[in-house]
Ligand binder design. Structure first.
Ligand code: KG4
Length: 334
Protein backbone atom coordinates (compact mmCIF):
# COMPACT_ATOMS: atom_id res chain seq x y z
CA UNK A 1 0.00 0.00 0.00
CA UNK A 2 1.26 3.47 -0.88
CA UNK A 3 2.49 5.64 2.02
CA UNK A 4 2.54 9.44 1.90
CA UNK A 5 4.71 10.93 4.65
CA UNK A 6 4.93 14.55 5.76
CA UNK A 7 8.40 14.99 7.28
CA UNK A 8 9.84 17.76 9.44
CA UNK A 9 13.52 18.56 10.14
CA UNK A 10 14.59 21.32 12.55
CA UNK A 11 17.64 19.95 14.39
CA UNK A 12 19.99 22.87 13.68
CA UNK A 13 19.68 25.95 11.47
CA UNK A 14 17.54 24.70 8.57
CA UNK A 15 13.77 24.38 8.84
CA UNK A 16 12.68 21.69 6.41
CA UNK A 17 9.33 20.18 5.46
CA UNK A 18 8.94 17.51 2.78
CA UNK A 19 6.25 15.19 1.48
CA UNK A 20 7.64 11.85 0.36
CA UNK A 21 5.67 8.98 -1.14
CA UNK A 22 6.96 5.42 -0.72
CA UNK A 23 10.44 6.53 0.35
CA UNK A 24 11.43 7.77 -3.09
CA UNK A 25 8.85 10.04 -4.75
CA UNK A 26 9.48 13.57 -3.57
CA UNK A 27 6.17 15.44 -3.87
CA UNK A 28 7.42 18.57 -2.05
CA UNK A 29 10.65 19.67 -0.42
CA UNK A 30 10.91 23.11 1.16
CA UNK A 31 13.81 24.38 3.27
CA UNK A 32 14.24 27.72 4.98
CA UNK A 33 17.93 28.34 5.68
CA UNK A 34 19.05 30.58 8.55
CA UNK A 35 22.65 30.86 7.36
CA UNK A 36 22.47 34.62 6.72
CA UNK A 37 21.12 35.27 10.23
CA UNK A 38 23.83 33.23 11.98
CA UNK A 39 26.60 34.43 9.68
CA UNK A 40 27.08 37.68 11.58
CA UNK A 41 27.76 35.69 14.78
CA UNK A 42 30.24 33.35 13.04
CA UNK A 43 28.21 30.25 13.98
CA UNK A 44 24.74 29.01 14.96
CA UNK A 45 23.14 30.79 17.95
CA UNK A 46 20.79 28.14 19.45
CA UNK A 47 18.12 30.51 20.84
CA UNK A 48 17.93 32.44 17.57
CA UNK A 49 17.65 29.14 15.66
CA UNK A 50 14.63 28.01 17.75
CA UNK A 51 12.83 31.31 17.22
CA UNK A 52 13.40 31.19 13.48
CA UNK A 53 12.08 27.62 13.26
CA UNK A 54 8.98 28.75 15.14
CA UNK A 55 8.41 31.61 12.70
CA UNK A 56 8.61 29.45 9.58
CA UNK A 57 7.50 25.93 10.40
CA UNK A 58 3.73 26.30 9.88
CA UNK A 59 4.21 28.36 6.73
CA UNK A 60 6.51 25.67 5.34
CA UNK A 61 3.96 22.94 6.06
CA UNK A 62 1.33 24.95 4.12
CA UNK A 63 3.81 25.54 1.32
CA UNK A 64 4.75 21.85 1.08
CA UNK A 65 1.09 20.78 0.91
CA UNK A 66 0.49 23.41 -1.77
CA UNK A 67 3.56 22.29 -3.76
CA UNK A 68 2.39 18.66 -3.62
CA UNK A 69 -1.21 19.71 -4.36
CA UNK A 70 -2.35 17.71 -1.34
CA UNK A 71 -4.46 18.40 1.74
CA UNK A 72 -3.93 17.20 5.32
CA UNK A 73 -6.28 14.27 4.68
CA UNK A 74 -3.88 12.87 2.09
CA UNK A 75 -1.06 12.48 4.64
CA UNK A 76 -0.68 8.93 6.06
CA UNK A 77 2.09 9.58 8.61
CA UNK A 78 3.97 12.49 10.20
CA UNK A 79 7.74 11.99 10.64
CA UNK A 80 10.11 14.24 12.55
CA UNK A 81 13.77 14.43 13.57
CA UNK A 82 13.82 14.02 17.37
CA UNK A 83 17.61 14.07 17.91
CA UNK A 84 20.46 14.64 18.12
CA UNK A 85 20.73 18.40 17.67
CA UNK A 86 19.99 21.68 19.43
CA UNK A 87 17.28 20.88 21.95
CA UNK A 88 15.26 24.08 21.47
CA UNK A 89 15.40 23.72 17.70
CA UNK A 90 14.40 20.04 17.85
CA UNK A 91 11.51 20.85 20.20
CA UNK A 92 9.91 23.13 17.63
CA UNK A 93 9.82 20.31 15.06
CA UNK A 94 8.78 17.61 17.54
CA UNK A 95 5.96 19.71 19.07
CA UNK A 96 4.67 20.71 15.64
CA UNK A 97 4.74 17.10 14.39
CA UNK A 98 2.93 15.84 17.50
CA UNK A 99 0.23 18.51 17.21
CA UNK A 100 -0.22 17.78 13.52
CA UNK A 101 -0.37 13.99 13.92
CA UNK A 102 -2.91 14.39 16.75
CA UNK A 103 -5.04 16.86 14.79
CA UNK A 104 -5.19 14.80 11.58
CA UNK A 105 -5.40 11.50 13.52
CA UNK A 106 -2.41 9.93 11.78
CA UNK A 107 0.60 8.05 13.22
CA UNK A 108 3.74 9.86 14.33
CA UNK A 109 7.30 8.59 13.82
CA UNK A 110 10.48 10.00 15.38
CA UNK A 111 13.63 9.71 13.24
CA UNK A 112 17.30 9.87 14.27
CA UNK A 113 19.05 12.67 12.36
CA UNK A 114 21.93 10.42 11.24
CA UNK A 115 19.47 7.85 9.94
CA UNK A 116 17.98 10.65 7.89
CA UNK A 117 21.36 11.51 6.37
CA UNK A 118 21.93 7.84 5.46
CA UNK A 119 18.53 7.60 3.76
CA UNK A 120 19.19 10.65 1.58
CA UNK A 121 21.00 8.06 -0.56
CA UNK A 122 17.88 5.91 -0.92
CA UNK A 123 15.83 8.88 -2.11
CA UNK A 124 17.96 9.16 -5.22
CA UNK A 125 18.85 5.45 -5.49
CA UNK A 126 16.06 3.28 -4.03
CA UNK A 127 17.73 0.24 -5.63
CA UNK A 128 20.83 0.31 -3.34
CA UNK A 129 21.62 -3.23 -2.22
CA UNK A 130 22.46 -3.90 1.44
CA UNK A 131 24.71 -4.56 3.30
CA UNK A 132 26.65 -1.34 2.73
CA UNK A 133 29.02 0.97 4.54
CA UNK A 134 28.08 4.61 5.05
CA UNK A 135 30.39 7.52 5.84
CA UNK A 136 28.31 10.24 7.52
CA UNK A 137 30.13 13.59 7.64
CA UNK A 138 28.28 16.71 8.71
CA UNK A 139 28.54 19.73 10.99
CA UNK A 140 27.63 17.61 14.01
CA UNK A 141 28.65 14.04 13.06
CA UNK A 142 31.46 11.95 11.64
CA UNK A 143 30.61 8.23 11.64
CA UNK A 144 31.49 5.09 9.73
CA UNK A 145 28.36 2.94 9.88
CA UNK A 146 27.76 -0.58 8.66
CA UNK A 147 24.17 -1.06 7.48
CA UNK A 148 23.35 -4.75 7.60
CA UNK A 149 19.75 -4.33 6.51
CA UNK A 150 17.15 -1.54 6.74
CA UNK A 151 17.08 -0.31 10.34
CA UNK A 152 19.98 -2.52 11.47
CA UNK A 153 23.19 -0.56 11.95
CA UNK A 154 26.60 -1.06 13.51
CA UNK A 155 28.64 2.05 14.26
CA UNK A 156 32.26 1.10 13.48
CA UNK A 157 33.82 4.45 14.28
CA UNK A 158 33.05 8.04 15.10
CA UNK A 159 34.73 11.28 16.06
CA UNK A 160 36.14 11.53 19.56
CA UNK A 161 35.85 15.33 19.54
CA UNK A 162 34.96 17.74 16.72
CA UNK A 163 32.91 16.62 13.74
CA UNK A 164 34.54 17.09 10.32
CA UNK A 165 32.18 19.95 9.38
CA UNK A 166 32.73 21.59 12.76
CA UNK A 167 36.50 21.51 12.12
CA UNK A 168 35.96 23.07 8.68
CA UNK A 169 33.85 25.82 10.25
CA UNK A 170 36.29 26.54 13.12
CA UNK A 171 39.39 26.61 10.90
CA UNK A 172 37.59 28.84 8.39
CA UNK A 173 36.73 31.24 11.20
CA UNK A 174 40.40 31.38 12.28
CA UNK A 175 41.29 32.16 8.67
CA UNK A 176 38.79 35.04 8.60
CA UNK A 177 36.41 33.24 6.22
CA UNK A 178 32.60 33.48 6.53
CA UNK A 179 30.29 30.85 8.07
CA UNK A 180 29.72 28.09 7.01
CA UNK A 181 33.41 27.51 6.42
CA UNK A 182 33.27 24.20 4.53
CA UNK A 183 32.30 25.60 1.12
CA UNK A 184 34.84 28.47 1.53
CA UNK A 185 37.73 26.11 2.29
CA UNK A 186 36.63 23.83 -0.55
CA UNK A 187 36.74 26.85 -2.90
CA UNK A 188 40.24 27.84 -1.72
CA UNK A 189 41.45 24.24 -2.07
CA UNK A 190 41.21 24.72 -5.83
CA UNK A 191 43.63 27.69 -5.81
CA UNK A 192 45.89 26.88 -2.84
CA UNK A 193 48.75 24.40 -2.54
CA UNK A 194 47.55 21.38 -0.52
CA UNK A 195 51.15 20.30 0.06
CA UNK A 196 52.36 23.65 1.44
CA UNK A 197 51.98 22.56 5.09
CA UNK A 198 51.79 19.02 6.49
CA UNK A 199 49.12 18.92 9.18
CA UNK A 200 48.89 15.82 11.43
CA UNK A 201 46.31 13.02 11.20
CA UNK A 202 45.41 11.58 14.61
CA UNK A 203 46.18 7.90 15.24
CA UNK A 204 43.65 6.28 17.62
CA UNK A 205 43.18 2.84 19.24
CA UNK A 206 40.09 2.20 17.13
CA UNK A 207 41.36 2.63 13.55
CA UNK A 208 37.87 3.77 12.44
CA UNK A 209 37.60 6.60 14.99
CA UNK A 210 38.37 10.20 14.07
CA UNK A 211 39.80 13.17 15.95
CA UNK A 212 39.81 16.60 14.38
CA UNK A 213 40.46 18.87 17.37
CA UNK A 214 44.24 18.19 17.24
CA UNK A 215 44.26 19.10 13.56
CA UNK A 216 42.33 22.30 14.31
CA UNK A 217 44.87 23.18 17.05
CA UNK A 218 47.76 22.47 14.65
CA UNK A 219 46.28 25.01 12.20
CA UNK A 220 45.80 27.60 14.99
CA UNK A 221 49.39 27.03 16.24
CA UNK A 222 50.72 27.44 12.71
CA UNK A 223 48.81 30.72 12.28
CA UNK A 224 50.08 32.05 15.65
CA UNK A 225 53.69 31.10 14.85
CA UNK A 226 53.59 32.81 11.46
CA UNK A 227 52.06 35.95 13.01
CA UNK A 228 54.75 36.04 15.72
CA UNK A 229 57.43 35.81 13.05
CA UNK A 230 55.67 38.60 11.10
CA UNK A 231 55.36 36.33 8.10
CA UNK A 232 52.40 36.79 5.70
CA UNK A 233 49.77 34.02 5.87
CA UNK A 234 48.88 32.38 2.57
CA UNK A 235 45.23 31.67 3.40
CA UNK A 236 44.56 29.47 0.30
CA UNK A 237 47.60 27.29 1.13
CA UNK A 238 46.55 26.85 4.77
CA UNK A 239 42.95 26.08 3.73
CA UNK A 240 44.07 23.60 1.04
CA UNK A 241 46.56 21.86 3.38
CA UNK A 242 43.92 21.57 6.11
CA UNK A 243 41.33 20.11 3.69
CA UNK A 244 43.94 17.68 2.39
CA UNK A 245 44.48 16.34 5.94
CA UNK A 246 40.73 16.00 6.65
CA UNK A 247 39.97 14.26 3.38
CA UNK A 248 42.99 11.97 3.78
CA UNK A 249 41.80 10.89 7.25
CA UNK A 250 38.22 10.32 6.04
CA UNK A 251 39.29 8.32 2.98
CA UNK A 252 41.99 6.20 4.67
CA UNK A 253 39.68 5.06 7.47
CA UNK A 254 36.73 4.45 5.15
CA UNK A 255 38.75 2.31 2.75
CA UNK A 256 40.24 0.36 5.68
CA UNK A 257 36.71 -0.35 6.98
CA UNK A 258 35.50 -1.34 3.51
CA UNK A 259 38.38 -3.78 3.16
CA UNK A 260 38.17 -5.29 6.65
CA UNK A 261 34.38 -5.63 6.52
CA UNK A 262 34.52 -6.91 2.92
CA UNK A 263 31.91 -4.44 1.79
CA UNK A 264 31.25 -3.78 -1.88
CA UNK A 265 28.98 -0.73 -1.49
CA UNK A 266 29.79 2.68 -0.01
CA UNK A 267 27.32 5.48 0.71
CA UNK A 268 28.36 9.05 1.51
CA UNK A 269 26.08 11.35 3.51
CA UNK A 270 25.90 14.67 5.42
CA UNK A 271 26.78 18.28 4.63
CA UNK A 272 30.52 17.62 4.18
CA UNK A 273 29.59 15.17 1.41
CA UNK A 274 29.30 18.35 -0.68
CA UNK A 275 33.11 18.62 -0.52
CA UNK A 276 34.47 18.24 -4.04
CA UNK A 277 37.77 16.64 -3.07
CA UNK A 278 36.08 14.13 -0.76
CA UNK A 279 33.56 13.09 -3.41
CA UNK A 280 36.28 12.75 -6.06
CA UNK A 281 38.70 10.84 -3.82
CA UNK A 282 36.04 8.37 -2.65
CA UNK A 283 34.67 7.91 -6.18
CA UNK A 284 38.18 7.27 -7.54
CA UNK A 285 39.18 4.90 -4.73
CA UNK A 286 35.91 2.96 -5.08
CA UNK A 287 36.30 2.66 -8.86
CA UNK A 288 39.85 1.27 -8.36
CA UNK A 289 38.57 -1.32 -5.86
CA UNK A 290 35.40 -2.30 -7.74
CA UNK A 291 33.20 -0.82 -5.02
CA UNK A 292 29.78 0.66 -5.87
CA UNK A 293 29.76 4.29 -4.68
CA UNK A 294 26.62 6.35 -4.01
CA UNK A 295 26.34 9.97 -2.99
CA UNK A 296 23.10 11.96 -2.73
CA UNK A 297 22.57 15.05 -4.89
CA UNK A 298 23.91 18.20 -3.15
CA UNK A 299 20.44 19.38 -2.06
CA UNK A 300 19.97 16.20 0.01
CA UNK A 301 23.45 16.26 1.57
CA UNK A 302 22.84 19.24 3.85
CA UNK A 303 19.95 19.18 6.33
CA UNK A 304 16.54 18.65 4.71
CA UNK A 305 13.27 16.92 5.53
CA UNK A 306 13.16 14.76 2.39
CA UNK A 307 15.80 12.45 3.90
CA UNK A 308 13.68 12.18 7.10
CA UNK A 309 10.65 11.19 5.00
CA UNK A 310 12.73 8.53 3.20
CA UNK A 311 14.06 7.06 6.48
CA UNK A 312 10.54 7.10 7.94
CA UNK A 313 9.20 5.04 5.04
CA UNK A 314 11.57 2.13 5.74
CA UNK A 315 10.87 2.28 9.49
CA UNK A 316 7.12 2.41 8.95
CA UNK A 317 7.41 -0.61 6.61
CA UNK A 318 8.99 -2.44 9.54
CA UNK A 319 5.92 -1.55 11.65
CA UNK A 320 7.52 1.15 13.79
CA UNK A 321 5.58 4.15 15.12
CA UNK A 322 6.09 6.61 17.99
CA UNK A 323 3.50 7.83 20.45
CA UNK A 324 2.66 11.33 21.61
CA UNK A 325 5.18 11.13 24.46
CA UNK A 326 7.95 11.50 21.83
CA UNK A 327 10.46 14.08 23.06
CA UNK A 328 13.48 15.93 21.69
CA UNK A 329 16.90 14.45 22.59
CA UNK A 330 19.92 16.69 22.12
CA UNK A 331 22.37 13.79 22.63
CA UNK A 332 20.36 10.94 21.11
CA UNK A 333 22.85 8.04 20.72
CA UNK A 334 23.02 6.20 17.40
O1 KG4 B 1 24.49 18.26 7.23
P1 KG4 B 1 24.63 19.70 7.56
O2 KG4 B 1 23.78 20.67 6.81
O3 KG4 B 1 24.33 19.97 9.06
C1 KG4 B 1 24.50 19.06 10.08
O4 KG4 B 1 23.70 18.10 10.19
O5 KG4 B 1 25.46 19.26 10.82
O6 KG4 B 1 26.18 20.04 7.38
C2 KG4 B 1 26.67 21.33 7.50
C3 KG4 B 1 28.19 21.24 7.47
C4 KG4 B 1 28.87 22.56 7.83
O7 KG4 B 1 29.84 22.30 8.82
C5 KG4 B 1 29.51 23.00 6.51
O8 KG4 B 1 30.69 23.75 6.68
C6 KG4 B 1 29.79 21.67 5.86
O9 KG4 B 1 28.66 20.88 6.16
N1 KG4 B 1 29.96 21.79 4.40
C7 KG4 B 1 31.13 21.51 3.77
C8 KG4 B 1 30.93 21.81 2.40
N2 KG4 B 1 29.63 22.23 2.25
C9 KG4 B 1 29.06 22.22 3.49
N3 KG4 B 1 32.30 21.07 4.25
C10 KG4 B 1 33.30 20.89 3.37
N4 KG4 B 1 33.19 21.17 2.05
C11 KG4 B 1 32.03 21.61 1.52
N5 KG4 B 1 31.93 21.87 0.22
Amino acid sequence: MSLTILAIESSCDDTGVAIVRDGKDLLANVVSSQIQIHQKFGGVVPEVASREHLTYINRLIDKALEEAALSYQDIDLVAVTYGPGLVGALLVGVSTAKALAYAIKKPLLGIHHIEGHIYANFLAHPDIRLPALCLVVSGGHTNIIKINRHGEYLSLGQTRDDAAGEAFDKVARALGLPYPGGPEIDRLFKVGNPEAITFPIAKLDNPYDFSFSGLKSAVLNYLNQEKMKNRPIEVPDVAASFQMAVVKALCEKTFLALENEQMSTLLLAGGVAANSQLRESLAKGCAERGIQFYCPPMAYCTDNAAMIGAAAYYKAQAGQVSDLTLNAHAQLPF
